[in-house]
Design a protein around this ligand. Structure first.
Ligand code: PLP
Length: 581
């Protein structure tokens, strides 16, 4: 079946206007259309938003642009210097700690997103404690924490039910070799909540993905792994690849072998043409690994694509793995699979079910999970392991402390998810939290539009992200997170933000106020420019801020006709977004 051919102009325009895809994807689809269809598409996009061509490129409604290093003037630098002074007295101990301890203490985040002009503001905060929706730092500051502990935190810090369970387990000692009653209950409950047949615990999310891929390879005897552009699956060599502009896979970081990347096929996410590739290469593909809604791009929710992918992988007997590390238990008690009505063959989890202790989980159909332990057999007959087995172990995979935490979290999720609405519909607590997150995003997106700020908050469940439209980690974006911290709101430089059940309405109001104050400050201080204003320096002078930038293809010519069309479409899309399409 030619999936790409199924996309009509209407399909493409619908996807653009409903924001199922981002601009890059929109451009790719746009370019795949013939000239006539491209013109039709532009007309549809304009019509849908009441945009006439006269508005393109000019006009008061056009969003401003966030600054990057090219745009900095002496005034900006003086403003940054004054901010550094204030920040130094706001978090002096955190800064001193980083400086003093870097000799022995290694942490890759220290250099992540580092911008030379903001070097003096770039360091992690030292925390002293965390409670409910708040974290406290070594300088006595208290912040509303929207970092969500990288997606781990669903119930707030030090949730009493969790603390009690871990303390009880600690009192029993930490024996590692035999089983505990808790591990049996935890796996049973895990399967009950997620709808999978069997489950095992691993030491981390990375390990869960690594082992799930191994199971798939053992089951199929095939080598290649398909994953999608924009996803993240941890740092196992088996999945740590991305692709260049020509579509060739290459390792995510130095030290990872090209030979590993050669086994990985990176395809466009949400693009039906990717299904054609999977169909064509089916005989070589051990698994398709998918982050159903990518935490880095939560605006992409390609449900129809996922359904078609599920159908195709069933037809071709390719195990489909959903990586629900962030979406699992967060967006719904059955994760993205529950929300979208799609059951994967295996799914990988971590974060939330660890309750703050390190864990990962693989859950899936017995057909695949049996490759770990041989399946089930009896003691009173001739039965023996019925399945071949692959290698899998981990000293702390079943560590009782974290299993106690997992059991407590799963119990709490089950208890709260059992609540149903008056008409028998699911009224699990995640829905209320998701709604609060959407309300927060709606309030701030309205503010961004009013202020012409080129920022959008995207959400999926209680995950949300600030997306600076048309810019990737420029000076303005980096400064925003510093100012937000000084307003008493703590985020994660990686960008994922989360609400938890511990956030009160007052906390959320305070977050909204903090964001507005920080953005207004930046706007007042000239860190957004008019879209037509040229940067003050040449783009070529820009230092590389992305740690892992893909190599540039030699035929990427910026000034051709397509680029002008791209600019036109991008302007239309920005307006469409601006108007809440
Ligand atoms: N998969 C996804 C989707 C993730 O977001 C992450 C971590 O953020 C991982 C895998 C890796 O999990 P861990 O950091 O526990 O190894």
């Amino acid at each position: 079946m030619d999936y790409a051919m199924q996309m009509t102009v209407e399909d493409v325009s619908k996807r653009i206007l409903s924001k199922q895809i981002d601009k890059q994807d929109a451009m790719r689809l746009f370019q795949s259309l013939d000239k006539e269809s491209q013109l039709q598409l532009l007309a549809i996009v304009r019509r849908a938003d009441g945009i006439t061509p006269a508005h393109n490129g000019k006009g008061a409604a056009r969003p401003l642009r966030a600054l990057d290093q090219r745009d900095l003037t002496d005034e900006h630098r003086a403003w940054i210097a004054a901010l550094v002074e204030k920040y130094d007295s706001f978090v002096p101990k955190s800064k001193a700690n980083v400086l003093e301890h870097q000799v022995h203490f290694v942490d890759q985040r220290r250099a992540f997103h580092l911008i030379k002009d903001l070097k003096k503001l770039h360091f992690q905060i030292t925390y002293t404690k965390a409670d409910g929706a708040h974290v406290h730092d070594a300088d006595g500051n208290r912040y509303i924490d929207i970092s969500g502990d990288m997606g781990v935190n669903l119930f707030g810090h030090r949730a009493p039910f969790l603390i009690d369970a871990v303390k009880r387990s600690l009192d029993q000692g930490i024996p590692l070799v035999g089983y505990s009653d808790m591990i049996f209950q935890a796996c049973k409950l895990f399967c009950e909540i997620t709808g999978h047949e069997r489950a095992l615990f691993t030491q981390s999310g990375t390990e869960a993905v690594m082992f799930a891929v191994r199971i798939a390879r053992a089951a199929t005897g095939r080598k290649k792994i398909v994953l999608f552009d924009g996803s993240y699956h941890g740092l196992s060599d088996a999945v740590a690849a991305t692709r260049d502009l020509a579509g060739n896979s290459f390792p995510l970081a130095p030290g990872i072998l090209q030979e590993f990347a050669d086994q990985i096929i990176v395809l466009d996410y949400g693009d039906m043409a990717s299904l054609d590739t999977i169909e064509r290469l089916a005989g070589e593909i051990a698994t398709v690994l998918v982050e159903p809604v990518q935490s880095r791009h939560p605006y992409k929710k390609p449900v129809e694509f996922l359904k078609a992918l599920r159908q195709l992988t069933i037809e071709k007997n390719i195990p489909l793995i959903f990586d629900e590390m962030i979406t699992g238990f967060r967006v719904c008690h059955r994760g993205a699979q529950g929300l979208f009505g799609i059951q994967a063959d295996m799914a990988t989890y971590g974060k939330i079910p660890g309750g703050g202790l390190p864990t990962g989980v693989i859950a899936g159909a017995a057909k695949y999970m049996d490759l770990v332990d041989g399946g089930t057999w009896r003691f009173d007959d001739d039965s023996m392991p019925s399945s071949k087995r692959t290698g899998m172990a981990g000293t702390h995979s079943q560590n009782p402390l974290k299993i106690a935490a997992a059991l407590a979290v799963l119990g709490e999720i089950k208890k709260r998810s059992a609540e149903t609405g008056p008409d028998g519909t699911c009224a699990c607590f995640q829905q209320g939290l998701n709604r609060k997150t959407t309300d927060l995003a709606d309030a701030l997106n309205a503010f961004f539009r009013e202020e012409r700020l080129p920022v959008v908050i995207d959400t999926f469940g209680s995950l949300f992200r600030f997306r600076f439209v048309d810019s990737y980690w420029g000076v303005t974006e980096a400064l925003f997170f510093i100012l937000l911290r000084m307003e008493g709101v703590e985020t994660n430089i990686q960008g994922n933000c989360f609400l938890t059940t511990a956030h009160t309405d007052e906390d959320i109001e305070a977050v909204i106020a903090g964001v507005k104050a920080s953005m207004s400050n930046l706007k007042r201080s000239g860190f957004f420019r008019e879209p037509d204003q040229e940067p003050t320096q040449d783009t070529a002078q820009l230092p590389q801020t992305a740690a892992l930038a893909p190599p540039q293809s030699s035929n990427a010519s910026p000034r051709n006709e397509m680029e002008r069309l791209r600019a036109l479409l991008a302007a239309d899309l920005a307006l469409a977004e601006d108007q809440g399409a």
